[in-house]
Design a protein around this ligand. Structure first.
Ligand code: HEC
Ligand code: HEC
Ligand SMILES: [Cu+2]
Length: 436
């Protein structure tokens, strides 16, 4: 009767949906039958014109009693039986020598998923699995209880700290599908998403054995790693290397200097202080600045923090800092891209993404989702409509009018973006505002 389930991406999905739909249909049928009869009787036998009806005396009916006991009993046993059968098929996938399991260890933490394959390949928030082969994901958690859910595969299981659980599924078609955390685990629970990419067996083997990303990161010196993270993680949106204060304090001569905080206390910027500032920036606010830095807890590894510390240590003015470049800067013919695609690249390159989300959540600035054409208000109460001219003005001179609920933290892009680039950004913002 009612069909609302997502695409069927695994072998078990049609079986599971079959029993699910039966239970739903039976429930709807009985709800309508019982409530319908109640409503019908209430109307048919209501008191009319102040006259009481004579009620016939009915002694009972063995036939009816037996029918309405036996039929629901059979239905309940039938539902329970298939529920158990299909549940068993879901949890114990038969060993098949032809089709070896793909084993993946998954670790949830606030707020991301780390995956490790048996050959040691690791990924964050992404798994790649071959079509047609059973995949077993062994789940655990580093901090609190999370829950791993891939709707199209019809698998969901809690990931519990200090214990292992697992999900098994055999993907039936290639494609990209979302996985969610479905156990509320704190502030960024809603962004605890992973991407499941189902590919051909050959593509899977090629991907699994390609360890070049990790190796190039491992082979980097800590300072080089830190320098590339400074750009990749968007620290450069808020921290300069040349002494100028942007949204946050400059990194120039930061290491080893005395820092003052808004509560009047001071400390010397050593390794521990920098580590704490990256993981929990709100715990100490530097004097003269606002609490605007996003917490990187759970989004950055110890190795990466080490790299950033080493990088910050080198920024002491003794030698010119090489212009930091993002790790993977491929050459692309920009004229072959659409304005929206070029705008999206700028959104990443010009680090708008550190302050503006695409999913509706407010970071340092308002989300770009549904921004285009929206009516808004400034802190002085004046209203505006986010049209092309307004967006252009916001990018070039953000300080002139401040959106209500936000502070003046956006760096002006005057002189750093051409007119064409701003048009591309507007096209991109418009594209994320049209419901996609
Ligand atoms: C959206 C802006 C923003 C981003 C992005 C950002 N920071 Fe910050 N950061 C700030 C602000 C504002 C402060 C000062 C207030 C405070 O102490 O929290 C700060 C403070 C710091 C401090 C302490 C500095 C001091 O003077 O005591 C360190 C270290 C730091 N950030 C490192 C980083 C690193 C490393 C990254 C990238 C991984 C990063 N920040 C990304 C805004 C940002
Ligand atoms: C360091 C953080 C930061 C960065 C980086 C940043 N912005 Fe902003 N942006 C803000 C803040 C905060 C506001 C709201 C306050 C204001 O109006 O200035 C804002 C406001 C805006 C607005 C107006 C939004 C509205 O709801 O009316 C637009 C458009 C905008 N930014 C575009 C961009 C673009 C495009 C980029 C990249 C080229 C960018 N921003 C980079 C922080 C940032
Ligand atoms: Cu979670």
């Amino acid at each position: 009767m009612f069909r609302y389930l997502p695409e069927q991406g695994s072998e078990i999905a049609p079986r599971l949906d079959w029993i699910h739909n039966w239970i739903t249909d039976l429930s709807v049928f009985f709800t309508i039958a019982i409530c319908g009869a109640m409503i019908y009787f209430a109307i048919r036998y209501r008191k009319q014109g102040g006259v009481d009806h004579e009620t016939p005396r009915i002694e009972g009916s063995n036939f009816l009693e037996i029918v309405w006991t036996v039929v629901p009993t059979i239905i309940c046993i039938w539902v329970a039986y298939y529920g158990i059968v299909i549940y068993n098929e879901m949890v114990d996938v038969k060993e098949d020598p032809e089709k070896e399991f793909v084993l993946i260890n998954a670790q949830g933490y606030r707020w991301a998923w780390d995956f490790q394959y048996q050959n040691g390949k690791t990924t964050t928030n992404e798994i790649v699995v071959p079509v047609g082969r059973p995949t077993k994901i062994i789940l655990t958690s580093r901090d609190v209880i999370h829950s791993f859910f891939i709707p199209v595969m019809r698998v969901k299981k809690d990931a519990v700290p200090g214990a292992y659980s697992h999900v098994v599924f055999t993907p039936v078609r290639t494609g990209e599908y979302p996985a969610f955390c479905t156990e509320y685990c704190g502030t960024n629970h809603s962004s605890m998403l992973a991407n499941v990419r189902v590919v051909s067996e050959a593509e899977f083997q090629r991907w699994k054995n390609d360890r070049s990303d990790e190796l190039s990161k491992l082979a980097m010196s800590p300072v080089d790693l830190g320098r590339s993270l400074y750009v990749d993680k968007g620290c450069n949106a808020c921290h300069s290397l040349d002494g100028s204060a942007v949204v946050g304090p400059t990194f120039l001569n930061l290491f080893g200097s005395e820092r003052k905080f808004t509560d009047g206390t001071t400390t010397v910027a050593d390794e521990n202080y920098i580590r704490e500032s990256i993981l929990y920036p709100a715990s100490k606010i530097s004097a003269g600045y606002q609490n605007l830095m996003p917490a990187f807890e759970g989004q950055i590894s110890d190795n990466e923090i080490q790299g950033l510390i080493e990088f910050i240590r080198t920024i002491d003015g003794s030698q010119p800092v090489p212009e930091p470049v993002a790790a993977e800067e491929e050459d692309v013919d920009l004229s072959s891209l659409t304005p929206v695609e070029r705008g999206e690249r700028l959104y990443r390159e010009k680090i708008c993404f550190t302050c503006h989300s695409l999913d509706g959540s407010a970071l340092v600035g308002p989300s770009f989702k549904d921004l285009y054409g929206r009516k808004g208000k400034f802190t002085d109460g004046q209203e505006y409509v986010a049209d092309d001219d307004y967006i252009r003005g916001s990018i070039l001179e953000p300080g002139s009018e401040i959106v209500e609920g936000y502070v003046n933290a956006m760096p002006p892009y005057q002189g750093q973006l051409s007119d064409e680039q701003i048009d591309d950004l507007i096209a991109f913002i418009q594209s994320v505002s049209n419901g996609d």
